[in-house]
Design a protein around this ligand. Structure first.
Ligand code: SF4
Length: 330
């Protein structure tokens, strides 16, 4: 049990996107908490609602998306009710985000220094010279050599790994309380990926911030996270502390995800893959949404949707195989 106070409390969050004819639910009544200093992983395959969850929290859904129900308390404040102006003062300041592809969030026509400087100008009272000094300091802090020179460079002159470091520098500029990192290392090669994760961990320890890490990679989860939330078809289907989840997963989907991770010692010739695909929003089946892909499905699974049940070991699971006391149903 985490005794640190919560930084983020999400309750009943439901997000819809405009479809061709009707609105389509993409995130369906999800609940979770991120405590101070903790790293929460959100895992699942593409299309399960992980990224829309983070964009809903940041209120960056664009004109086609809308949070239609629920509550997002950040540092005790209901952010869904804030004016856009108030939200802007939190975003990039107390609450920061880094994305998978930094080119989508870096402005190609502004120098690195100018972009970090703008974050500092928006959220701090630092003067021009101090902003420049701080920006160079931040560039050096994220491990970019020749920080003075890079300050005046444009994003396209940097490698993918360097651009991701710049994104981290921008996110850390105002020492956020919560960093949301959406697949921050997916586009990078393994060595750079390891460096980037090390950097996020270092920054987290230094600043005492919390991290919400969105990933499809259970290796990254094992290395970085304290607790994990597994999402499938817009719902949370299992949550647990990282050890419990990786050692004794309860939900057949989580078991499948863990089995899909390459493991040298198993000596498997072919890598295991969960058959089928995540159903698209708007095409979620009746009953358990995982039933068409589940090797343990029973008749009830195709008729009734299982609730997310709290288990005695502190985890929770949405599956007819487990009753509310955490016992396996034979
Ligand atoms: Fe499989 Fe049924 Fe559990 Fe769904 S509820 S994961 S179909 S056993």
């Amino acid at each position: 049990m985490n005794r640190q106070p919560p930084v983020l409390e999400v309750r009943g969050l439901t997000t819809e996107f405009k479809g061709r004819k009707t609105a389509v639910t993409v995130v369906d009544q999800i609940d979770f908490t991120v405590h101070k200093g903790e790293t929460l992983g959100i895992v699942g395959e593409s299309g399960c609602g992980k990224s829309v969850t983070s964009l809903s929290i940041m209120r960056l859904l664009g004109k086609n998306g809308k949070v239609v129900a629920g509550s997002v308390l950040f540092e005790g404040k209901e952010t869904l009710q804030l004016e856009e102006r108030e939200m802007r003062s939190i975003r990039g300041n107390r609450l920061a985000m880094i994305f998978q592809e930094p080119m989508t969030s870096l402005n190609p026509v502004l120098t690195i220094g100018r972009q970090i400087g703008e974050v500092l100008q928006l959220h701090t009272s630092l003067g021009q010279e101090e902003r420049k000094r701080r920006a160079i300091e931040l560039i050096a802090q994220v491990g970019i050599p020749r920080a003075h020179e890079i300050y005046g460079e444009y994003p396209h002159r940097l490698s993918g790994g360097m651009r991701q470091r710049v994104m981290i520098a921008m996110a850390m500029a105002c020492r956020p309380q919560l960093l949301i990192a959406d697949e921050p290392t997916t586009a990078l090669d393994v060595t750079i990926q390891a460096q980037m994760l090390g950097l996020i961990r270092e920054m987290k320890q230094e600043a005492g911030m919390s991290v919400m890490l969105i990933t499809h990679d259970l290796g990254v989860v094992a290395e970085m996270c304290d607790r994990v939330l597994v999402m499938y078809a817009g719902q949370v289907i299992e949550s647990a502390d990282v050890r419990t989840l990786l050692r004794s997963p309860k939900h057949p989907y989580t078991k499948g995800l863990i089995r899909s991770v390459p493991h040298h010692s198993r000596g498997e010739k072919r890598l295991y893959a969960i058959a089928g695909n995540v159903p698209s929003p708007g095409e979620w089946p009746v009953g358990c949404r995982f039933a068409p892909r589940c090797t343990e499905a029973m008749p009830v699974c195709y008729q009734q949707s299982p609730e997310l049940k709290n288990m005695p070991d502190g985890s929770s699971c949405r599956c007819w195989l487990h009753d509310a006391e955490g016992r396996d149903i034979p």
